[in-house]
Design a binder for this molecule. Sequence first.
Ligand SMILES: Cc1cc2nc3c(=O)[nH]c(=O)nc-3n(C[C@H](O)[C@H](O)[C@H](O)COP(=O)(O)OP(=O)(O)OC[C@H]3O[C@@H](n4cnc5c(N)ncnc54)[C@H](O)[C@@H]3O)c2cc1C
Length: 423
Amino acid sequence: MWTANNLWTGDAMAYDVIVVGARVAGAATALLLARQGLRVLAVDRAAFPSDTISSHQIQPPGVARLARWGLLDRLGDAPSTRRVRFDSPAAVLDGAFPAGGAIHSPRRTVLDHALVDAARAAGAEVRERWRVEELVWEGGRVAGIRGSSPGGQLRTERAALVVGADGKRSFVARAVRARAYRQRSPRSFASYTYWAGVPVTTGELHHRDGLAAAVFPTNGGLTMVYVSAPLAGFDAFRADAEANYLAALDRCGDLGDRVRAGARAERLRTTPDLPNHVRPAHGPGWCLVGDAGVTMDPVSAQGIANALRDAEGLAGAIAAGLGGARPLRDALGAHQRDRDRALGPMYDFTLGLATYHSGPAERLFLRALAERRDPAEVERLFGAFAGLTPVNEFFNARTALRLAAARLAGDVTARLCTQPSTQ
Ligand SMILES: Cc1cc2nc3c(=O)[nH]c(=O)nc-3n(C[C@H](O)[C@H](O)[C@H](O)COP(=O)(O)OP(=O)(O)OC[C@H]3O[C@@H](n4cnc5c(N)ncnc54)[C@H](O)[C@@H]3O)c2cc1C
C-alpha cells in the first residue's frame, strides 16, 4: 500500500482520503479507493439502512458498474426491468434497452446500505451518525474535517484530500466556495409513493402535457409510482397532494385505475427541492462527487448512474494522482473534463424534459418512430433515455432523415401494392 503521508502538510496523516457523505457517490468512491489500497475514512450523519427523498431507477450504465463491482446480487429482491413502455400522446412505444441492458430500482435503504457494507469490506472506515461541522484548512488548502457523533466531542481528522459526496446542498461545496456553473432555476416538483398489488411487467414512462409519471417495480413486491410536473403548479398540488397525485395518474391511460385497485403501502413523499447546477470537481485539497458536483432534475432519472460513473472517474484520478502515476491536479482536471463532456447533452435534454411540453418536432419524431415499428429504432431511443448512447447521437437530423426516408419508402411501397395491376 502506498500512502500520501507528508504530501502537503508535513504531518503524518491518518487517512489518504476523507469522504463526507456515504450514499451512492460517497460509499462508491470510498469502496473504489479502498480497493486500490488507499486509507479511507467515510462519514455520514445518517445511520444505514437509511432512506432519502429519491426514487431509485438505476439506468443500465449504473447497473453495469454495480455488476462489475460485484454488487448486483446485493440489491435484495428488486426485480430488473429489461423492457419499458413509453406512453405519450404522440406515440406509445414498447421496447427493450440495447445490448440486453436493464434498469434496477432497489430502494435506497437497500442500495446505499449495500454500498456502505462493500466499502467497509474493502477496508474503508465508515462512521455513521457522524456530522462534519467544519473543514480544516492549512496553507490555503483543505487538510481535513472536524465533526462529531451526536452528543460527542468535536474531533479532527486529516487527509491528503477531502471529498464532498454530501449531496445537492453540499456543506463541503459551500465551505470551499465552489462556484456553480450551468446553474438553472428549479423546474419541477415530484411526488411518489409505493403500492402493493399493482403488478407491472415492464417499466412505464408516461409523458403528458404538463406532467410525467414513472412506474417501476422495487423491493418487497411493491411498485413505485412517481409523478412530476412544473414547479409553477406546486402550491395548487400540495393543497391536496393525495387527490392531485391520483388525478395526475388518471391522465395516464388506465394507470389511475390500476393504482387504485392496489393498496398504498407508504406515505406520499412530495418535494419541490429539485435544483440544477454543476460545480467544479476539485480544488486545493478538495473534490466534489455525485450531487455535490452535479445536480439535475430527476425527471430523466440519471443521478444515481451519474454518481456511480463519477465516483469511478474520481477514484481513478485520485489513485493516479496520490500514487504518483500522474500529477494530482492534472488527473483531477482530466476527470472534471471527462465528467462535463459525458454530462453535457443529457443535462440539456433533462432540462428540456423538465418543461413538460413537447414541441411539434418532438411529436413528429415520436410518431415517425412508432409508425416505423422497428424494435432496433425503439431500442436506440431507450438507449438514449438511459444514457447508454449520448442523447444528441439519437435526437439529430440523421435519425430524423432515416425515419423520414423509412416513412417515404413505406408510403411508396404501400402505393405500389395498392395500385391496380395494368396487365
Ligand atoms: C424526488 C427525487 C427523485 C429522484 N429519482 C431518481 C431516480 O429515479 N434515479 C436516479 O438515478 N436518481 C434519482 N434522483 C437523484 C438521486 O437521488 C441523486 O442523484 C443521488 O441521491 C445522489 O447521491 P449522492 O450520494 O451524491 O448524494 P445523497 O444521496 O444526497 O447523499 C448525501 C449524503 O451526505 C450526507 N451528508 C450531508 N451533509 C453531511 C455532513 N455535514 N456530515 C456528514 N454527512 C453529511 C447525507 O446524510 C447523505 O447521506 C432523484 C432525486 C430526487 C430528489
